[in-house]
Write a protein that binds this ligand. Structure first.
Ligand SMILES: [Zn+2]
Length: 211
């Protein structure tokens, strides 16, 4: 069925009005949204008619007027909101909601493959940072407190190395578990690395402060 027919067949003015928040009494009477109405003077059924302002039409007219849409937009809105199936024409194709999703579904294999590459890249970048921090921020005898980056490096170095190892040569199950369990961690590290590379212009000699 064509759009207009299909919508008019499937949706009454009354049900549309109710759907969009207009209170319709049991007798089908409602306060007219198209003129300053105090008492319900609009009768809604398949069509609508206001006895005060003479507004009158079908469901598509009603929604067009109510939302200030063209009749075509109104019919498309109704079709969408009420899930009305209809024959689609070329000219309706620009309505994005009716286009088939272009994105094809990613298979589980692809997902894990991509994640594995991503995880390894992130861990490996991080690992190199840790390695650098371990040297760069190594405490000297006169230091009272260890530099937090040195502490982080000491804490994480072995763990990250282990994770990289799992990704490279772990069983399928171990790799899958790592990828599922460590999403959050990898996201945080990614963020960390991004901040690190934007905020601290790769300082190699200790005294670089300005950016
Ligand atoms: Zn009215």
């Amino acid at each position: 069925m064509k759009l207009f027919e299909a919508v008019k067949e499937a949706v009454t003015a009354r049900s549309a009005a109710e759907y969009y928040g207009i209170k319709v009494g049991r007798n089908g009477m409602a306060v007219c949204p198209f003129h300053p109405d105090k008492n319900p003077s609009m009768k809604l059924d398949k069509r609508y008619h206001c006895f005060a302002c003479q507004a009158d039409g079908d469901v598509i007219d009603f929604v067009a007027k109510y939302f200030n849409l063209s009749v075509k937009e109104s019919a498309e809105k109704l079709a969408e909101d009420f899930s009305v199936p209809y024959e689609k024409y070329q000219s309706y194709n620009k309505t994005k909601d009716y286009q088939k999703p272009k994105q094809k579904k990613q298979t589980l294999d692809q997902f894990f493959h991509e994640q594995q590459i991503r995880f390894f890249r992130v861990y490996s970048d991080y690992f190199h940072l840790l390695k650098k921090w371990k040297v760069e921020y190594a405490p000297r005898i006169e230091d009272d407190d260890w530099h937090p980056l040195f502490v982080e490096a000491m804490e994480k170095y072995t763990l990250i190395e282990y994770k990289m190892d799992v990704l490279l040569s772990g069983s399928l199950e171990d790799r899958a578990r790592l990828i599922l369990d460590c999403q959050e961690e990898v996201k945080n590290i990614e963020q960390r690395i991004k901040e690190e590379s934007s905020g601290r212009c790769g300082c190699t000699s200790g005294s670089v402060t300005e950016s």
